[in-house]
Design a protein around this ligand. Structure first.
Ligand code: Z16
Length: 808
C-alpha cells in the first residue's frame, strides 16, 4: 500500500530538507513547532499529489460528486489520522526517532479545530473520512470560523468561556484559494430587466463580501482517495481601508469595512439547539451556501458544460440539518436568473439533486426566520422562496377534510416566518433521520403530514463513527490486541470485528482485554492529574458521561445518583459501593443557564465528595474541562460504563454511545436514539437498560398524571433528600446553592422525568457495578460489545447514503 515514501531513508531526507527550507535554520536549531509544521506540510503535499490522481480518476470515469453541506465540521487533529490512513505511521515514527524527534510529542502541537458544537459536526467529519475510504468523490462544504467553539474553563465550579484562537500559529493543513473566491451580495433590491427577449431578475445596490475558500485534504484509509474539505472565510471585496479616517486618527473607522465583512466568519455560534433571529447567523448560512453552490456549478460546467438536466446525474448536494436549507432556493435562483432555465425544469433538477438529514425533534432547534429580516437581507432569494411556497400551496391536495391543518403544518411561510425544516423537506428528494426510533418519530409525529404526502421520500440512516479514529487511533493498546488476534482487515472493513467473538471464552485473551483497558485508565488518570490536579484510581470503575450539556441528556440524573450513593454511604456504613470514578465532560451553550448550573452542581458535588475522607476511597467525581475531539480520544478508551441516559424519544441518535461501545464500555442507558440499535446488536444481556420507554414518556406526558411533588413526598429518605440538598447548603460551599435547578425541576414538574427514572436508574447502576467484581465476565461483555460494534462504522452509514440517497 505504501507508495508515499519509498523508504524510511527517503522520508528522513525529504523531511529534513522540508524542516530546513521552511524554517531557514539548520535542523538542530529548529523548534518543535518548526518540526511539527514541516511534518504536516510534507504530509499535506504528499496528500495533494494523491488528490490530483483522485481528481483525474473522477473525471475520467465520470464519477458522481457528492457535496456535503454542513455549517460545522468538527475534524479533530489530522496528522496521526492521516499517517494511519496512508499506512506510514510506523515508518514516520521510526524516521523521526532517528532524527531525535518524538512523533507523539510533535502531534501535541497540532491545533484541534473546534469548528463544530458536538454530534452533528463530528458526524460530518466522520462522513468525510468514510467517503474517502469508500472511494466516493465526496467533498465537505462549510465555514472557516476564525474562532471555533469557546474554550471552557472551570472557575469555582462554574463554566467560563474564553475564545478559541486556533489559528494563531497558522494552520498548516489548509491552502487558501483566492482564485476561487466568490462574491456574495446582501441587501439591495430586485430589478427586472430584459435579456434575449426574456424578463429576468437581478439584485442591485447590494453590499458585497468576498467568500474565500480554504481547502483541507481528506485522506482516505488505504491511501487511494484524497478528497477535500472546502471552508469559506468572509473578507471585504477590495481594499477598503479609509486613509482619510486613519489620518484623522480614527483607526477603528478606517478599518470598519473589513471588520464588518470579517464578522461573518468570525465565530461559530455555540448553541447546538437553534440560533434564531440573529442576522449574522443568517449571513453565515447564506455565505457558505451561495459560495458552495457557485463552486459546485463551476466544476460541473467545466466538465459537462451547461447541460443542467445532467446535474442530478453527476452531482448530489446533501444538506446537514436545516442550516444549509437555502441550497434549494439558491440553486433555483442561479438556474433561473443566471442560466435562463424555466421554473419547472429548474425545480425538477433542484429537487433531484438535493437531500436532507434531520438531526433533532427539539422544537427550539427547528430554525425559523422572520420574513422581514429575510427579505431585507436576501430580497431575490426571498422571492424565490415565496414562489416555491406559492406553488406548493397551489398544488396542495384539498380533498381531505383536514387539508387546512396539513397545509398549515407543512407550509414554508407561516406567521411571518420562514420555516427552514419545511423548506428543506420540500426542496429534497430524500429526508432521513439518524436512528431508527428518530426516523419513526419524524414519520409519526414531527413531519407526519409530509410523510402522509410523500412517504417514499423518507428513510432512516442510523449514524456511524470513524472506527479508525475512535478505535484504531484513540486506543492503540486495544487495537494492537485486536489486530494480533484477527489481523488488520478490520481497519478496512469494520464488520471483521465480529471475529473477536471467537475469543469471548478465552480467559487469557479476556485478561489482555482488561489489561488494555487498565493501561488506558492509567493514561487518562495521568491526563486528569495534569489538567485538574486530581488523583483518580485506575482500579476503580470508570463511569463516563461525556457530551454536550442539555436537560434532556440528563446529566442531572447522573449527579443525583452520585449524591444518593454518597448520602447512603454516610448514613449506612454497611452500604456497599463498588469503587467508582464518576467522570463528566462537556460544554454548555453560553446562554443556557440550566445546563451551566448543572455543570456547577457536578463540580460542587465533586468538591465535597473528593475531599470527604469517609467516602473518597470508594468514590470520586471528576469533571474534565474543555471537552473536545483530542481529549475525547483519551476518554472513550478508558471508559467502562457508558452513560446514555437521555429521556426516551429525545436523543435523535447519539454517537458517543457508539464510540464508547466500540471501546468496550457497557451501555447504561434508556431505550433512546441509537441505544436501541446497540441493544439489538449486542443483546440486552450485554448492556444495562432502565427507565421509561418513548411510548411510556408520551403517555405520561399526555395523561398529565406525573407530579414532581408526589415523587418528592413519596421518597423522603433518598430522592427527597437529594432534592433538598440542592438548597440546603450541603453542596453550596464552593459557589452557592442550586435554587434555580430546584425551581426548574419542581415548578417545571420534572419535565425530563429525572425524578421518575431516578429509582430504576440507581438500581440499574447498583446491579451493573455489583457485577464488576467478576472481571472475566465483565471483560467478556466488553469484548462482546466491541465485537458487535462494526455495524456502527460510518463506512456502513456512508454506503447506505451512497446506495439509497446519492446513487453515487
Ligand atoms: C447536534 O449536534 C445534534 C442535533 C442538532 O439539531 C444540532 C446539533 Cl449541533 C445532534 C443530536 O442531538 C444527536 O442525537 C445526533 O447523534 C447528532 O446530532 C448527529 O446526528
Amino acid at each position: 500500500m505504501n507508495t508515499v515514501f519509498e523508504s524510511k531513508e527517503e522520508f528522513i531526507k525529504l523531511y529534513e530538507s522540508s524542516v530546513m527550507s521552511l524554517s531557514g535554520k539548520p535542523f538542530e536549531d529548529t523548534s518543535d513547532i518548526d518540526r511539527f509544521d514541516a511534518l504536516v506540510k510534507l504530509i499535506a503535499s504528499k496528500s495533494r499529489a494523491i488528490q490530483t490522481e483522485t481528481e483525474e480518476r473522477v473525471k475520467e470515469t465520470g464519477q458522481k460528486r457528492v457535496y456535503y453541506f454542513s455549517i460545522e465540521f468538527l475534524i479533530g487533529r489530522l496528522l496521526d489520522n492521516y499517517l494511519l490512513n496512508l499506512g506510514i505511521r510506523d515508518l514516520v515514527k521510526d524516521g523521526l526517532a532517528e532524527l531525535g524527534c518524538d512523533l507523539d510529542a510533535l502531534e501535541e502541537y497540532e491545533p484541534d479545530p473546534a469548528l463544530g458544537n458536538g454530534g452533528l459536526g463530528r458526524l460530518a467529519a466522520c462522513f468525510l473520512d468514510s467517503m474517502a475510504h469508500e472511494g466516493i468523490a465526496g467533498y465537505g462544504n462549510g465555514m472557516r470560523y476564525r474562532y471555533g467553539l469557546f474554550k471552557q474553563e472551570i472557575v469555582n465550579g462554574a463554566q467560563h468561556e474564553t475564545t478559541d484562537e486556533w489559528l494563531s500559529h497558522g494552520y498548516p493543513w489548509e491552502v487558501r484559494r483566492p482564485d476561487k473566491a466568490v462574491r456574495i451580495g446582501f441587501g439591495g433590491h430586485v430589478e427586472q430587466y430584459e435579456r434575449d427577449g426574456r424578463m429576468c431578475f437581478r439584485t442591485v445596490d447590494t453590499e458585497d463580501v468576498l467568500a474565500v475558500p480554504y481547502d483541507i485534504p481528506v485522506v482516505g484509509y488505504g491511501g487511494k482517495t484524497v478528497n477535500k474539505l472546502r471552508v469559506w472565510s468572509a473578507e471585504p471585496v477590495e481594499e477598503v481601508f479609509d486613509l482619510e479616517a486613519f489620518n484623522r486618527g480614527d483607526y477603528a473607522d478606517a478599518d470598519r469595512h473589513r471588520a464588518e465583512a470579517e464578522a461573518i466568519s468570525a465565530i461559530l455560534y455555540p448553541n447546538d439547539a437553534g440560533e434564531h433571529g440573529r442576522l449574522l447567523r443568517l449571513k453565515q448560512e447564506y455565505l457558505f451556501v451561495s459560495a458552495g453552490i457557485s463552486s459546485v456549478l463551476d466544476t460541473f460546467r467545466s466538465e459537462h458544460g451547461s447541460n443542467w438536466q445532467l446535474l442530478p446525474e453527476y452531482v448530489a448536494i446533501h444538506t446537514n440539518d436545516t442550516h444549509p436549507a437555502m441550497c434549494g432556493p439558491e440553486l433555483m435562483r442561479v438556474l433561473i436568473d443566471e442560466e435562463g432555465l424555466e421554473w419547472d425544469e429548474a425545480w425538477d433538477i433542484t429537487t433531484r439533486t438535493i437531500s436532507y438529514t434531520n438531526h433533532t425533534i427539539l422544537p427550539e432547534a427547528l430554525e425559523k426566520w422572520p420574513i422581514s429580516t429575510f427579505s431585507k437581507l436576501l430580497p431575490r432569494l426571498y422571492q424565490v422562496i415565496d414562489e416555491i411556497s406559492r406553488r406548493y400551496r397551489d398544488s396542495f391536495d384539498r380533498s381531505a377534510s383536514d387539508w387546512q391543518d396539513r397545509l398549515r403544518a407543512t407550509a414554508i411561510l407561516w406567521d411571518g416566518e420562514v420555516r427552514m425544516a419545511n423548506l428543506s423537506v420540500i426542496c429534497s428528494h430524500s429526508v432521513n433521520g439518524v436512528a431508527k426510533l428518530h426516523t419513526d418519530i419524524l414519520e409519526r409525529e414531527t413531519l407526519k403530514d409530509f410523510y402522509a404526502l410523500t412517504p417514499q421520500k423518507f428513510n432512516n440512516k442510523t449514524n456511524g463513527i470513524s472506527h479508525r479514529r475512535f478505535l484504531a487511533e484513540a486506543n492503540p493498546a486495544y487495537a494492537k490486541l485486536i489486530s494480533d488476534a484477527i489481523g488488520t482487515g478490520w481497519l478496512d472493513n469494520a464488520d471483521e470485528l465480529a471475529k473477536l467473538a471467537e475469543f469471548e471464552n478465552d480467559p487469557a485473551f479476556l485478561e489482555q482485554v482488561g489489561a488494555a483497558k487498565h493501561a488506558n485508565k492509567v493514561r487518562l488518570a495521568n491526563y486528569v492529574k495534569r489538567e485538574c490536579g486530581l488523583d483518580i484510581d485506575p482500579n476503580s470503575i470508570f463511569d463516563v458521561q461525556v457530551k454536550r450539556f442539555h436537560a434532556y441528556k440528563r446529566q442531572l440524573l447522573n449527579i443525583f445518583k452520585v449524591m444518593d450513593i454518597y448520602n447512603r454511604r454516610l448514613t449506612d456504613p454497611n452500604f456497599r459501593v463498588a469503587p467508582t470514578t464518576f467522570i463528566f465532560s462537556g460544554k454548555a451553550a453560553s446562554s443556557y443557564a440550566f445546563a451551566k448550573e448543572t455543570i456547577r452542581l457536578i463540580n460542587s458535588v465533586a468538591d465535597v465528595i473528593n475531599n470527604d475522607s469517609r467516602v473518597n476511597n470508594v468514590m470520586k467525581v471528576c469533571f474534565i474541562p474543555n471537552f473536545r475531539v483530542s481529549n475525547a480520544q483519551l476518554i472513550y478508551p478508558a471508559a467502562e460504563i457508558s452513560e446514555q441516559i437521555s429521556t426516551a424519544g429525545m436523543e435523535a441518535s447519539g454517537t458517543s454511545n457508539m464510540k464508547l461501545m466500540m471501546n468496550g464500555a457497557i451501555t447504561l442507558g434508556t431505550m433512546d436514539g441509537a441505544n436501541i440499535e446497540i441493544v439489538n446488536l449486542a443483546g440486552r444481556e450485554n448492556e444495562k437498560i432502565f427507565g421509561l420507554t418513548a411510548p411510556e414518556v408520551d403517555e405520561l406526558r399526555a395523561s398529565g398524571m406525573h407530579f414532581a411533588w408526589d415523587m418528592y413526598n413519596a421518597d423522603p429518605e433518598r430522592l427527597g433528600r437529594v432534592i433538598d440538598e440542592l438548597t440546603d447548603n450541603t453542596f453550596a460551599a464552593l459557589s452557592g446553592d442550586f435554587g434555580s435547578i430546584h425551581n426548574e425541576l419542581m415548578s417545571g414538574n420534572d419535565h425530563d422525568f429525572v425524578m421518575k427514572d431516578f429509582n430504576s436508574y440507581v438500581q440499574a447502576w447498583e446491579e451493573l457495578t455489583a457485577s464488576y467484581s467478576d472481571h472475566a465476565a465483565w471483560n467478556k461483555m466488553a469484548l462482546h460489545n466491541t465485537a458487535s460494534s462494526g455495524w456502527f462504522s460510518s463506512d456502513r452509514t456512508i454506503r447506505e447514503y451512497r446506495d439509497e440517497i446519492w446513487g453515487a
